[in-house]
Structures are given as structure tokens and as C-alpha cells.
Design a protein around this ligand. Sequence first.
Ligand code: NAP
Length: 279
Amino acid sequence: MRHAPFGPTGRAVPVIGQGTWHLDEDDRAAAVAALRKGLDCGMTHIDTAEMYGEAEPLVAEAIAGRRDEVFLVSKVLPTNASRRGTMAACERSLARLRTDRLDCYLLHWRGAYPLAETIAALEDLRTQGKILSWGVSNFDEGDLAEALSLAGPGRIACNQVLYHLQERAIEHAVIPWCQRHGVAVVAYSPFGSGDFPDAGSAGGRVLAGIAAAHGVSPRQVALAALTRTPAVFAIPKTGRAGHAADNAAAGSLVLSADELARIDAAFPRGPRPRYLPMI
Ligand code: NAP
């Protein structure tokens, strides 16, 4: 598993981590086993959120006795992101996760509360040691510039954004901005959240051909393609231990320049959209 420094935290974090959205809808024992298998295979970055129903308690069960191995991330909902609301939401997540600190805490997306209020709360939480770093999610480059101007350099650990082969909008401006400012990019829904290219489609056939050459799966090729860029991490979700092992193995897969060019041709970036896509 390849590791990279996670933005200004400098923490070495695996390029492939584990998502947990809808994990509480899977068979619970299988979901816990999948997260544990993922940890065994080096996917120590676990992403959750107060929004994800029973996912936080499920993560608590999976990481029991293994907390120090994990780079644990949760998120505050924008509707809770006032100064006091952020502090309270963090306490609730810590309790549900049965831990005393988060490695990173994110604003899930921008809402009505002024960013300055949320950032002040995040800084308080950091000073208190309840979070070791904080970041944002679904921020376009304008939002990022505003956050930077409020927080100062070296504070925004990451921006978690939608990124998969069929949705490459962040390549236009968000990834370059994050690279310039040392902010980690975390690709969510790297498999298109259930809309992975069909094996019979033109793009699916390109992925299959490259996968066959490496003896891996098309999904592993997709993860390797998305994380080719320095400072880009991906967090696929799975409720199956076998899938977790497969996803982790993609963290060691290196594609050639020719293979990446074929993928880029099959999944073009497209024009820059007016608004950052999100789900
Ligand atoms: P995703 O990871 O793109 O796709 C998940 C789907 O892929 C599931 O149906 C899963 O099924 C399947 N899958 C995973 N590994 C597989 C494998 N090796 N082989 C075959 N199928 C596989 O979708 P996502 O959950 O939307 O995104 C990932 C994570 O990103 C979320 O869980 C969440 O933590 C985060 N996220 C953040 C935001 C945000 O606003 N910040 C938004 C969306 C998502 P199985 O479970 O059956 O394997």
C-alpha cells in the first residue's frame, strides 16, 4: 500500500482508505469484518460522518482495540456547524465512535453558518486535542480560498470531493488549488457510488483490458488511475471483506503512462462545470 503525507498534517496516510456511507444498511457482522479486513490490508484511513446513521457505532466496533492504527475522520453537518453546534456535534461523534480524538474532522459541505464560526470551533477543538486536524468537503476553489483567508496557511488538512472516472470536474481547478496550497484531496464515491462503468461499455472494455494485463480487476485499475496524482487519496466503501482486500491491493498497482492515456481517452475530463458536482 502506497502512503502519502496527508496535507499539512504530514501524517503518512494510505492512498486507499475506507468509506462508510450506507455501511449500516449492510449485514452488520459482515460490515464490521470488512472494515477489519481493510485495516489488516493497510486501509487505515476510515471515513465516516454524523450523517451516516449507525455507521459511527459500527466503526467503533470495528476499530475496538485498534484505535491507534486508524486515521479516523468524521464530519459535522452544515446544519450543526455553528460555533457551539460544531463543538457539540464533535462530542457526539467521539462518543459514538468510542474514542477521545478524531484524526481529522470535516465540514460536510457549506451551509448557512458563516465559515468563520465553524473554523473558530474547529480550531478550538484542535487546541483541546479532540481533533488532530480539520478539513472541508465539497468545497470549490472559491470556498477554499475563503477558508484559507480565514484560517491561514497550514490549517486545512483536506478537501473531500466527488471524484471518479466518469466525474473528473475537480481536475480543472480544485486539485491544482489543493496542490498549490498543500491540501490533501480525498476522492469520495471513487466507484461512482454504484454507477461503475458497465463491462460492456467502451470505457468498461478499456478498464477490462488494462486489468487483464495486470491480473487485477477493473475497479482496481480505476482506483490506481484516480490516485496517480500526488496528494489524491480515495475512500471506496464496501461491506464485504473480499472487496476490501481487492480495494486495498489497488494501493500498490502502478499503471504505465500509456495505460493512463488510454483511460483518459476513454473517460474524458469534459468541460469545466459551473458548479462543483456533489452527491
Ligand atoms: P463508492 O465507494 O463509489 O461505491 C460503493 C459501491 O461499490 C458499493 O455498492 C460497493 O458494494 C461497491 N464496491 C466496493 N468495492 C467493491 C469491489 N472491490 N468490487 C465490487 N464492488 C465493490 O460509493 P460511496 O459510498 O458513495 O463513496 C465512498 C465513500 O465516500 C462513502 O462511503 C463516504 O464515506 C464518502 N462520501 C462522502 C461524501 C461527502 O459529501 N463528503 C459523499 C459521498 C460519499 P459492496 O459494499 O457490496 O462491496
